[in-house]
Design a protein around this ligand. Structure first.
Ligand SMILES: Cc1cc2nc3c(=O)[nH]c(=O)nc-3n(C[C@H](O)[C@H](O)[C@H](O)COP(=O)(O)OP(=O)(O)OC[C@H]3O[C@@H](n4cnc5c(N)ncnc54)[C@H](O)[C@@H]3O)c2cc1C
Length: 413
């Protein structure tokens, strides 16, 4: 039998590999799968092609070229896939195909509204790259994140939602009663109402050397990359709930965790805090930050840390470093949109627009609805919205609410 033209090097537990494999699967593109945890030849090949870095997915094409951790847009471009919508104008356009965007879309489509969702990666958002979701109502035994993403997409499509994947929205602008978006590939779409549901992403430290060793010793997701460090010492950076929680997750398989906390205490849930502080495999170092990451042959080898009270510096040699210092909302594309953001970049909606702030134009005769932004007819839901609770169930709930508010808005315009 002839070999498929694509060889996919990955590991069964790697969420980015799930995403790219799902993308290939959705487009029925054949490929040869090499699990580098099982295949030492495959692992050697990945190291050789990536200058000694064990980065997956690494995907090799028939022309001998490789793509490393490609986005779906990059894969789509490489594979020459069609990523354009059927029409250029819709009743509702949702930016972001996570739980908020897809729930809103399926509600709107069920109401008979022509609905387009534009997603820069794969459907499901952050929920789909999560190994397992245990707290989503209705899934009594939990559900794999990737499967949840597939189910969300299928359910939305069953009601007639049109979904573009691998398309990044680069700009939002409005004129008259039209809300328009430009995608990174130069396409334009317009709608009577727009929903912004673009979620957020992990924040970086900005320490010297950080960019050089991302994926080669520095990570932002324990579920994704923790299993690379079985039996090895790692460091975790951060003083909040997620740093403590992820440390407790990592100690299930790493040798020990050095938890570097810039302040004088751990913040967040008391139960989690106490568990981390009392865990025999977690060494918590307060008043300590990272100064520089060092490496050799493209791989992280040591980290300079500093006690910010005494100024003393020290070198530690964890096999890997996991950074958990919060998230940044995906709102950079809103710069010229007229949409008001809070000081962290999250989108302000409803009550926050008119209380203690200048009333935005367009709301002279009515109050903005609870999920409406400074621009009437543009709504926000889920993790990207100021005050959201950063959970799947609440993002879906906001998506459903947004769709019902859109229905009301369309009645008055
Ligand atoms: C590792 C991890 C574990 C988690 N575990 C849980 C859990 O166990 N339980 C739980 O309830 N929650 C969990 N969460 C949180 C949960 O995943 C989020 O709260 C939820 O996914 C938010 O949904 P959302 O639709 O608002 O945003 P997202 O899920 O972030 O979706 C936003 C989507 O918008 C897309 N996008 C962004 N910018 C653009 C653009 N310019 N153009 C087009 N598309 C764009 C993104 O690619 C993304 O797919 C976890 C999150 C992470 C990262």
């Amino acid at each position: 039998m002839p070999q498929p033209p694509i060889t996919f090097y990955g590991a069964h537990w790697c969420p980015d590999c799930h995403r790219s494999r799902q993308f290939l699967g959705e487009h029925q593109i054949p490929y040869r799968w090499v699990d580098i945890e099982q295949d030492s030849e495959g692992e050697r090949y990945v190291l050789q092609r990536n200058n000694g870095k064990r980065i997956i997915p690494t995907i090799e094409f028939s022309d001998g070229s490789i793509m490393v951790e490609p986005t779906n847009a990059e894969l789509a471009a490489k594979l020459g896939l069609k990523t354009k919508a059927l029409r250029s104008h819709y009743d509702l356009l949702a930016v972001g195909g996570g739980p908020a965007g897809l729930t809103a879309a399926l509600y709107a489509a069920r109401e008979g509204l022509d609905t387009l969702v534009i997603e820069r990666a794969a459907a499901g958002g952050q929920a789909a790259i999560t190994e397992r979701l245990d707290n989503v109502p209705g899934f009594d035994e939990g559900i794999e994140g990737a499967l949840f993403g597939v189910k969300l997409r299928r359910q939305a499509e069953r009601f007639g939602v049109e979904l573009l994947q691998a398309q990044e929205v680069a700009k939002v602008h409005s004129h008259d009663n039209y809300h328009c978006i430009d995608t990174a590939d130069g396409s334009q779409y317009s709608a009577r109402a727009l929903l912004l549901a673009t979620g957020s992403r992990y924040r970086r430290l900005g320490a010297l050397g950080e960019e050089s060793y991302i994926g080669a010793g520095i990570h932002y997701c324990a579920t994704c990359d923790g299993p690379f460090y079985k039996g090895l010492p790692v460091a975790v950076v951060g003083g909040g709930n997620s740093a403590a929680e992820e440390s407790l997750f990592l100690v299930k398989f790493v040798e020990r965790v050095t938890l570097l906390v810039r302040g004088e205490e751990l913040k967040g849930s008391q139960v989690i805090r106490e568990k981390a502080l009392n865990h025999p495999k977690i060494d918590v170092r307060f008043h300590t930050g990272v100064v520089e990451f060092h490496g050799s042959r493209g791989k992280l080898s040591r980290v300079t840390i500093r006690n910010n009270q005494t100024g003393a510096t020290e070198e530690i040699q964890p096999a890997g470093v996991f950074v958990f210092i919060g998230q940044t909302p995906n709102t950079a594309f809103l710069q010229e949109s007229g949409i008001r953001l809070d000081r962290w970049g999250y989108i302000l909606t409803g009550h926050d627009l008119v209380h203690g702030a200048e009333r935005p134009a367009g709301y002279e005769k009515r109050e903005p609805s609870i999920l409406e932004t400074t621009v009437p007819g543009i709504f926000a839901a889920g993790d990207v919205r100021a005050g959201s609770t950063k959970q799947v169930a609440s993002a879906s709930g906001e998506g459903a609410t947004a769709a019902l508010l859109v229905r009301e808005y369309l009645k008055i315009t």
